[in-house]
Design a protein around this ligand. Structure first.
Ligand code: HEM
Length: 203
């Protein structure tokens, strides 16, 4: 019999930030004391943006961790990627609905005139095809192309961290930590590619 506990655990952990946020938004909406600070919209944008990056980095951790530990972790990668997309969608919707009230002219102006927003939009737009093609049907249908497409997760994460770095107002510590984690993951990826080539040559 299959053990579903790790998967259930992963979903519970991943949903905790969203549940907490919805609860705080409900309190805010009903004029109760809440923890969304004096500027709830900005708080929600920062909160969802940071969780998007955390899930992107977690998704990228899966493959190297599976290789290093030989644990069968790849099956959890899709869920983590979809959580990254969901928090990213929440972040974008918060900006579009609560911050700009669907003022598309202003939103487009922001996207084209503020490089920080351009990077964020690029990351979000590139996440959409990854989310759509993350299902088994596309994995089978796209075969080798699927892997090539999903490599853009590195471009997405670089764009997202650049956006994060450019958006912070004072303390750059968090985006710098994000960038350091991403650099380690990229270095590991290069190491595995070189190692594979070396093994292939030996044979
Ligand atoms: C995958 C895509 C994205 C990621 C990972 C992301 C991540 C982040 C992060 C981490 C922050 C927090 C910066 C801080 O700590 O102050 C942030 C802020 C922000 N993001 Fe994004 N973002 C993404 C896409 C977008 C898009 C598409 C838009 C709008 C078109 C956007 C608009 C903003 C704005 C306006 C802020 C500043 C909020 C404020 O502090 O006033 N982001 N983003």
């Amino acid at each position: 019999m299959k053990n579903h506990s790790p998967r259930i655990f992963l979903h519970i952990i991943s949903l905790i930030p969203a549940t907490w946020l919805f609860w705080q938004m409900w309190l805010w909406y009903n004029f109760f004391p809440h923890d969304l600070t004096a500027n709830p919209i900005e708080f929600i944008t920062d909160f969802t943006g940071n969780w998007t990056i955390r899930f992107l980095l977690l998704t990228l951790c899966i493959s190297p961790l599976a290789k290093l530990t030989k644990w069968r972790l790849i099956k959890y990668r899709r869920a983590l990627g979809l959580y990254a997309f969901s928090y990213g969608l929440f972040h974008f919707l918060n900006y579009t609905v609560l911050d700009y009230f669907f003022d598309w002219m202003l939103i487009l102006e922001d996207i084209f005139k503020r490089p920080a927003i351009t990077f964020g939009m690029l990351a979000f737009l590139l996440l959409i095809p990854l989310a759509i093609t993350s299902f088994k049907y596309f994995i089978k249908k796209m075969a080798a192309n699927w892997k090539s497409l999903h490599r853009i997760i590195y471009i997405i994460t670089i764009s997202a961290i650049t956006h994060n770095y450019m958006m912070v107002k004072a303390d750059i510590l968090i985006p710098v930590i994000h960038a350091m984690i991403l650099s380690c993951l990229l270095a590991l990826r290069i190491y595995f590619i070189l190692d594979k080539k070396r093994m292939f040559k030996k044979k």
